[in-house]
Ligand binder design. Structure first.
Ligand code: ADP
Ligand code: MG
Length: 308
C-alpha cells in the first residue's frame, strides 16, 4: 500500500476511534445524569414518560447537564451552570435573561461552536459528534448575534452560499430562495444589494432566510430582531409567525426582550448567571398569571435571583 494511503487510513482509524470515545463519554454522562431524573417521582418526570409512552414526536435538541466556564484575566466565568433542557419539537423556545447570563453560549453549545466541559448535547437523537460538525450544522440553521452577513456578498449570495457549497442544483436553489424571500417579505429587487445597502430590518430578514435555506431541522436565532426599530419589529414578528406556521421547525430564539419572548414563543426559558431558573410553556405561564402580568413575573424571576 502506498505510504500516503496508509497514513490516511491510520488517520481515519484514529479519528473514528476518538469520535467513538467522545460519544461513549457523552453517553455515560447522559446515563448518569438522566437516571436520577427518571427515578424522580414528581411532576417533572411526567412529560418525559408521556412522550415515551405515547410516542409523541421526540425533540431534536436537548442539553444534558451542560457546563461551560471561561477562564479570563479577571477569574473564571461560569457561562453555563449544569443546564438541562429539552427543546420542544416544532415549537419556538425563547431564552431570555440579562446580558452576560449565558444565552449565546447556550446557543453556541447547541451547534458545537462551544465545546462543553461537562454534560452533553443531544442533537437529532444522538450525542453530538464533534468530529462531524459540518454535517450536523447543515441540519441546524444559525443566525448569529448581529446578523453576521458576509459584507462582500449580495443578499442572494449570502442566502444561497451554503446550498451552493452543498451541491444543490440551480433550480432547487432558485425555488427555495423564492419561497423564503416571499415568506419573509423580502423584495426581489433587494437580492442583488450588498448588506451595507440594506436597512437593519432587511439585513435581519436576509439572515433569517440564510438560516432557513437548507431546510434545517433546528433553527438557532441569537437576538435576531434586536437591531430593528419598533415599527418594523411589529411587521417582522408577523412575518416570523407566518414563516414558522408554514414551516414549524424546532426553534431556539435568544432575546433579552420579554415582550418579544411572550409574543413569539410557545415555551419560555429564563437564564441567570449561567443557570436555568425558569422552564415552562407559555400556556403554563399564562395559567399562573394574567396576560398583562406575565412580563412582570418574568422580570421578577430574573431580579429575585440577584447576583450570584
Ligand atoms: P449573553 O449572550 O447572555 O449576553 P454570553 O453567553 O455571551 O452571554 O456570555 C456569558 C458569559 O461568558 C459572559 O460573562 C461573557 O463575558 C462570558 N464569555 C462569553 N464568551 C467568552 C469568551 N470567549 N471568553 C471569555 N468569556 C466569555
Ligand atoms: Mg449574546
Amino acid at each position: 500500500m502506498p505510504r500516503c494511503a496508509r497514513a490516511t487510513r491510520t488517520l481515519h482509524a484514529t479519528t473514528t476511534r476518538r469520535s467513538k470515545q467522545r460519544q461513549a463519554a457523552a453517553a455515560t454522562t447522559i446515563a448518569s445524569t438522566a437516571a436520577p431524573l427518571h427515578r424522580r417521582n414528581d411532576a417533572a418526570a411526567l412529560p418525559f414518560l408521556l412522550r415515551t409512552c405515547l410516542n409523541v414526536r421526540m425533540s431534536e435538541l436537548r442539553l444534558v447537564a451542560a457546563h461551560k466556564t471561561y477562564v479570563t484575566a479577571n477569574g473564571t466565568i461560569t457561562a453555563l451552570d449544569n443546564v438541562s433542557v429539552d427543546f420542544p419539537a416544532g415549537l419556538v423556545t425563547a431564552v431570555i435573561g440579562p446580558s452576560g447570563c449565558g444565552k449565546s453560549t447556550l446557543l453556541k453549545a447547541c451547534n458545537g461552536l462551544v465545546a462543553l466541559e461537562r454534560g452533553a448535547v443531544i442533537a437529532f437523537g444522538a450525542p453530538m459528534d464533534y468530529d462531524a460538525l459540518p454535517a450536523l450544522r447543515r441540519r441546524m440553521g444559525y443566525a448569529v448575534q448581529g446578523n453576521g452577513l458576509f459584507p462582500h456578498l449580495s443578499a442572494s449570495d449570502n442566502i444561497t452560499l451554503m446550498a451552493r457549497l452543498s451541491g444543490w442544483s440551480p433550480q432547487r436553489i432558485e425555488q427555495q430562495l423564492g419561497l423564503l424571500t416571499s415568506l419573509c417579505q423580502l423584495p426581489q429587487a433587494l437580492l442583488a444589494q450588498f448588506p451595507h445597502q440594506l436597512s437593519g430590518g432587511q439585513q435581519q430578514r436576509v439572515g433569517l432566510c440564510r438560516a432557513l435555506m437548507l431546510k434545517p431541522g433546528v433553527l438557532l436565532l441569537d437576538e435576531p430582531f434586536a437591531a430593528i426599530d419598533p415599527i418594523t419589529r411589529v411587521e417582522i414578528y408577523r412575518d416570523f409567525k407566518a414563516l414558522h406556521s408554514a414551516n414549524p421547525v424546532t426553534t431556539v430564539l435568544v432575546t433579552h426582550d420579554m415582550r418579544e419572548a411572550l409574543r413569539l414563543a410557545d415555551h419560555i426559558l429564563v437564564m441567570h448567571n449561567g443557570r436555568l431558573v425558569y422552564n415552562r410553556s407559555k400556556a403554563q405561564l399564562l395559567q399562573s398569571v394574567h396576560d398583562d402580568d406575565a412580563e412582570a413575573l418574568l422580570l421578577s424571576l430574573i431580579e429575585r435571583r440577584g447576583p450570584a
